[in-house]
Structures are given as structure tokens and as C-alpha cells.
Design a protein around this ligand. Structure first.
Ligand code: AMP
Length: 214
């Protein structure tokens, strides 16, 4: 099963993608996570990506597409995958469609996790990420057991540069301009499904499982 998670930054698609990956036993491929790992490891790709990410801009398509298509060759992708944060532009979506067509495959579902901008801004200002393992929390909706300390690895939590309010606003504008058109693209392909992302994350999860099947 090949699934694309769509939605504004902060809509909770990453959280859902992780839960779905565990349920269906397929990998969760997050381009944001791949870039952050590259930044942490000081790779040339990370250096280039950081310039854009810190400003709330998208990393250029040519730095993203091959990275993801290459990732599909990994044996863990045999049963499918969940894409989180890719595609994010129409050219990326077209490149994905073409790459899959070449090997006689296609995406099964594009799930749009719908959350209004006001909720997103509220959510993201409270988001905290672990400097060690990258796990994300929310000071109100998903707090750690010990304040500011990661439950998973014990390292400190920070407000990511790209979650800062001025960057969030920029990212939402970028989302509306460049990523939202994918909703029409996947509607035309007949695979778009919408879920309400404003409710409890377990309720969102159940709604997605209803769509995908047990
Ligand atoms: P995310 O964790 O998915 O919100 O991604 C964080 C940041 O990484 C984005 O704001 C972009 O700067 C960059 N990024 C992640 N995925 C993509 C993509 N598919 N295309 C372009 N930039 C991306």
C-alpha cells in the first residue's frame, strides 16, 4: 500500500504517518526528517537544505525528488510506504507519478489531514523537538513526563527554527501557494480522501484506518 499524507505543516500528518507505519508495517518516509538528519550530520545536502528550511521555504525540487525515488529501492519499501512531506509541489507530484508509472505502480491513497490555519498557528507555537532523537511533543497536547526532557532519549527539547511563529506564517503561505494545489491533482486522479484533523489524534487515526481498511 502506497500512501501520501497531505496537509498543512503542523496538521499532524507526521504523527498519523508514524502510527499508520506501525499498524501496516510499512516504512514512514519523511523528507523533513531526512533533511534534519542530514543537517545534524553536517552533510552537503543538509547544509543546502538548512538555508531554505530556516526561512520557511521549500527545498528546491531537484534536491528532493531523486532522494525519495532512490529511497524506494530499499527492500523495506517492497510492501509499500507512507510519504510524509512529499510531494509538496506539483512538479514533485508529477515526478512521483512518472517514476511509479515506469515500474507499473501507483499511489493508492492521498490522505488530506484538514486543519484551519488558526489551529495550526496555535499548535506549532507549542511544539517542541528533541535535540537528540528528533521526537516531537507539544507543551499542552502531548507533553513530556519531565518538563523539557525527551521521554524517548532524555535529551533537551527545543522550539525548532522552522516552528517559530514568523516562520510558521511563512510556511503556511508556502503551503497554500505550492502544496495545496496537490489536493486538486490527487482529486483528479481519484485517490484523494479527506479527514478532519482538528479532533483527537486517535479519532483522526481511526478515520484514516476506516479509509485504508484493516
Ligand atoms: P516537514 O518536517 O515535513 O514539515 O519539513 C520541514 C522543512 O523541510 C520544510 O519546511 C521544507 O523546507 C523542507 N522540506 C521537507 N520536505 C520537502 C519537500 N518535499 N520539498 C521541499 N522542501 C521540503
Amino acid at each position: 500500500m502506497k500512501i501520501i499524507m497531505l496537509g498543512a505543516p503542523g496538521a499532524g500528518k507526521g504523527t498519523q504517518a508514524k502510527m499508520l507505519a506501525a499498524k501496516y508495517d510499512i516504512p514512514h518516509i519523511s523528507t523533513g526528517d531526512i533533511f534534519r538528519a542530514n543537517i545534524k550530520n553536517g552533510t552537503p545536502l543538509g547544509e543546502k537544505a538548512k538555508e531554505y528550511m530556516d526561512k520557511g521555504l521549500l527545498v528546491p525540487d531537484e534536491l528532493v525528488v531523486d532522494l525519495v525515488i532512490d529511497r524506494f529501492k530499499n527492500p523495506d519499501c517492497e510492501k509499500g510506504y507512507i510519504l510524509d512531506g512529499f510531494p509538496r509541489t506539483i512538479p514533485q507530484a508529477k515526478a512521483l507519478t512518472e517514476a511509479l508509472e515506469k515500474i507499473g505502480e501507483k499511489v493508492d491513497f492521498a490522505i488530506n489531514v484538514e486543519v484551519p490555519d488558526e489551529n495550526i498557528i496555535r499548535r506549532m507555537s507549542g511544539r517542541r523537538a528533541c535535540v537528540g532523537c528528533g521526537a516531537t511533543y507539544h507543551i499542552k497536547y502531548n507533553p513530556t513526563k519531565v518538563e523539557n526532557i525527551c521521554d524517548a532519549c532524555g535529551k533537551e527539547l527545543i522550539l525548532r527554527d522552522d516552528d517559530k511563529p514568523e516562520t510558521v506564517e511563512k510556511r503556511l503561505n508556502v503551503y497554500h501557494e505550492q502544496t495545496q494545489p496537490l489536493i486538486a491533482y490527487y482529486t483528479e486522479q481519484g485517490i484523494l480522501k479527506e479527514v478532519d484533523g482538528t479532533v483527537d489524534m486517535n479519532v483522526v487515526f481511526d478515520a484514516i484506518v476506516d479509509i485504508l481498511g484493516e
